[in-house]
Design a protein around this ligand. Sequence first.
Ligand code: AMP
Ligand code: ZN
Length: 139
Amino acid sequence: MRDENCIFCKIANGEIPSRTLYEDNDFRVILDLAPATKGHALILPKNHYKNLYEIEEETAAKVMPLAKKMAVEITQKLGGDGFNLMQNNNEIAGQTVFHFHMHLIPRYNNDNQNLVMKPQQATDEELDAVREAIVGNGK
Ligand code: AMP
Ligand code: ZN
C-alpha cells in the first residue's frame, strides 16, 4: 500500500530522514519543514492514501486519538496557548502533497497566524436546501 513516487510514503517509512516526534506501526509524526507556527507537525499514515476520500476507516479511526495525544504533548512541552487541527483534501482545499496527512498546529498568543475561515451569509431556505441535499427528505 505504498506509492513509489510519493515523498510522504518515503518519509513515513523511514527512507527519507525526518524530524520524527512519534512512530508506531501505522503512523509517523514529523515536524513540518515549513512550519506555520513553532511545533507544527504532520501525522502521516505509513500506508499510502491520497486523502480523506481514500483513507480506510480503520486507519482514519486511529488518527484522532493520536492527534489528541500529540496536541497535549506538544502544547505542554512548548508552552502553547491553543491548537488547530487541519486536514486538506484536493487542490481547492489547499492539499499540496497527495498522501493523507493531518496538520498539528500549536497556537501561541500573538503568533500572527491566520487560519480562520471567512463566514458567508446563508438564508434559512438555503440552509434547509443544503441539508436536504445531504440527508434527503423526512429525516
Ligand atoms: P498540504 O498543503 O495540506 O498538502 O500540506 C503539505 C505540508 O507538507 C506543508 O505544510 C509542507 O510544508 C509540508 N511538507 C512538504 N514536504 C515536506 C517534507 N519533505 N518534510 C516535512 N514537511 C513537508
Ligand atoms: Zn504516499
